[in-house]
Write a protein that binds this ligand. Structure first.
Ligand SMILES: CC(C)(COP(=O)(O)OP(=O)(O)OC[C@H]1O[C@@H](n2cnc3c(N)ncnc32)[C@H](O)[C@@H]1OP(=O)(O)O)[C@@H](O)C(=O)NCCC(=O)NCCS
Length: 330
């Protein structure tokens, strides 16, 4: 029996915010945003939506494609840094919504690397105890637009909301390779200040002062993050490929985290990946953090652009700093 990706699903909210809309909100231009980031529009959650709502729709879509229901799941892992609440976890809320009473559930916080970290964890759970954990729902969901200062042009143009779900499971009819061929995950906590949400946790609980000082918004050292992102994703991708003994030309798709088209181009160029191999949707989605790779995978699957046995290299980086890469066999 091999551990396979049984299905994917995704969801982005209906409302679209274009660069032209942003021009009316802050001192920016469509030209600056497009040339410096590659983003043309992004999706924004409706006021009544929270991360668990987005995650639930993505999960339901994946379950339907897999021909499963919530009752078939043994665990739910939600990668998010924009949970509905500090607790209960967003995974608990998704469990309730999809009727997955038999699943144990928890959230993981690894910022934009969240989906890769969660895929590794879900895989390891099944691999270690296949008699107990046979099907694991992994979701990357994020509403970063709830954490950006809409008066700060440095950050508000970058992000969008969305969710991507992946169902991992034992395939009894399949004796081929596991979906996870090789991975390379890293963390450097000494760089924790480059990208952070300063207040709202135990370090600085919410007060009138923290709100007045805008400490509940994303703070980011853009250029430093950029440099670390390129180096981290390139090194991890090379390490994962080397572990697998696979050359980049033998990979069907490279899916880098969608944060900035210039980061994606720099990573692709250094890896020697062709434009045809690299999948992007940043122009339509912006940076959806932990959701980005899941949405890309689902778009490719929905478009019929993934065939059984295709090798897919996914790579991400985010606050922490966290980064990594994973070679997947579809
Ligand atoms: C944020 C980012 C797009 C900025 O691009 P950059 O080329 O590094 O631009 P800089 O920060 O050097 O700013 C250049 C100028 O553009 C200005 N600028 C920044 N945002 C702007 C905007 N939305 N519109 C217009 N001008 C803007 C800056 O104020 C600066 O002006 P100055 O030279 O007068 O000071 C880029 O650094 C980046 O993508 N970093 C990684 C961020 C990231 O991925 N974060 C999420 C991690 S998962």
């Amino acid at each position: 029996m091999s551990i396979r990706i049984l299905a994917t699903g995704s969801y982005v909210p209906e409302r679209i915010l274009s660069n032209a809309d942003l021009e009316k909100m802050v001192d920016t231009s469509d030209e600056w945003i497009r040339t410096r980031t590659g983003i043309q529009s992004r999706h924004l959650g409706a006021p009544e939506q929270a991360s668990s709502d987005l995650a639930t729709i993505a999960a339901e879509r994946a379950l339907q494609k897999a021909g499963l229901t919530g009752k078939d799941l043994d665990a739910i892992l939600v990668a998010t840094i924009t949970p509905d609440h500090a607790f209960p976890s967003t995974a608990c809320l998704v469990q309730k919504n999809i009727g997955a009473a038999g699943a144990f559930c928890f959230d993981m916080a690894a910022a934009c690397s969240g989906l890769i970290y969660a895929l590794q964890t879900g895989y390891s759970l099944i691999k270690a105890t296949p008699s107990i954990y046979r099907r694991v729902l992994v979701i990357g969901v994020e509403m970063p637009t709830r954490m950006v200062d809409w008066t700060n042009r440095n950050t508000c143009v970058l992000f969008g909301d969305g969710a991507g779900a992946v169902i991992l499971g034992l395939d009894e009819a399949d004796n081929g390779p596991d979906f996870l061929v090789a991975s390379d995950l890293h963390t450097d906590g000494t760089l924790c200040d480059l990208l952070k949400l300063p207040a709202g946790g135990s370090r600085a609980p919410a007060t009138a002062e923290t709100v007045a000082n805008k400490m509940h918004y994303i703070h980011m050292e853009g250029r430093e993050v950029f440099k670390n992102a390129v180096a981290g994703m390139v090194n991890s991708s090379r390490a994962a490929l080397e572990r697998a003994g696979v050359k980049v030309e033998d990979v069907r798709w490279v899916i880098p985290h969608q944060a900035n088209i210039r980061i994606i181009d720099a990573v692709s160029q250094r890896l020697g990946a062709t434009a045809e191999q690299v999948y992007t949707n940043i122009d339509r989605m912006g940076n959806t953090s932990a959701a980005s790779i899941g949405i890309c995978l689902d778009e490719l699957a929905e478009a019929g652009k993934l065939s059984s046995g295709d090798r897919v290299l996914i790579t991400a980086f985010g606050g922490g700093l966290t980064w990594g890469a994973m070679l997947i066999c579809w």
